[in-house]
Ligand binder design. Structure first.
Ligand SMILES: [Zn+2]
Ligand SMILES: [Zn+2]
Length: 191
């Protein structure tokens, strides 16, 4: 029995299997392919995103040489290939900028990277502070996390970052008092 003729659900494994995942940059190291590989498909629905990403992966993607006319506002504002609508129109109408259907749209994935960048910046800043300031900050951070149980960590981080910057500035001047934040500075508003 060499082949299982007519057997739709074959049990033997595929004979010639790809050892590696297809990579479009394997033999093509041109700048064009590099640039196309960095394209982040956004403002489209999941299905359209998959279609465009498939084109990118299998080198079918043809970038626009000049902006296309948006089907909604009529401006030459479509900068991404295969999109028919500009990002602004897609956002205001809450539709996919490729198929124009009102589906849930994929946003640019920059926020996660930004968060990571923020985390690293915060660590670096914290390390640059003297031990005393570091403890002050950690105390502030703990107090803040107790107060803030709304779960919006992103906003909290921005605030902590600001605090760290304040501390860093403060650590340059000697008259910084190692007291709790917010206790001083309210003196002017006495009743
Ligand atoms: Zn438009
Ligand atoms: Zn779509």
């Amino acid at each position: 029995m060499s082949s299982q003729k007519g057997n739709a659900s074959r049990t033997r494994p595929q004979k010639h299997k790809n050892k590696t995942v297809f990579k479009n940059s394997l033999h093509d190291t041109s700048q064009r392919t590099k640039v196309i590989n960095t394209i982040q498909v956004s403002d489209v629905c999941v299905r359209c995103k998959e279609i465009i990403e498939w084109k990118i992966k299998y080198k079918k993607y043809k970038p626009l040489t000049q902006p296309k006319t948006c089907v909604k506002c009529g401006q030459k504002s479509v900068k991404q290939a295969y999109h028919v609508m500009c990002g602004a129109c897609g956002k205001s109408l809450k539709v996919c900028t490729k198929c124009c259907q009102s589906k849930e749209v994929v946003q640019a994935e920059s926020s996660e990277k930004d968060q990571m960048k923020l985390d690293n910046e915060m660590k670096a800043l914290l390390q640059s502070l003297p031990e005393r300031k570091r403890r002050t900050f950690i105390r502030y951070m703990n107090r803040n996390s107790k107060e803030d149980n709304s779960g919006k960590t992103g906003d909290g981080k921005e605030e902590l970052m600001q605090k760290l910057h304040d501390l860093k500035v403060d650590s340059d001047s000697d008259d910084f008092q190692d007291s709790d934040f917010g206790d001083s500075g309210d003196e002017s508003d006495g009743t």
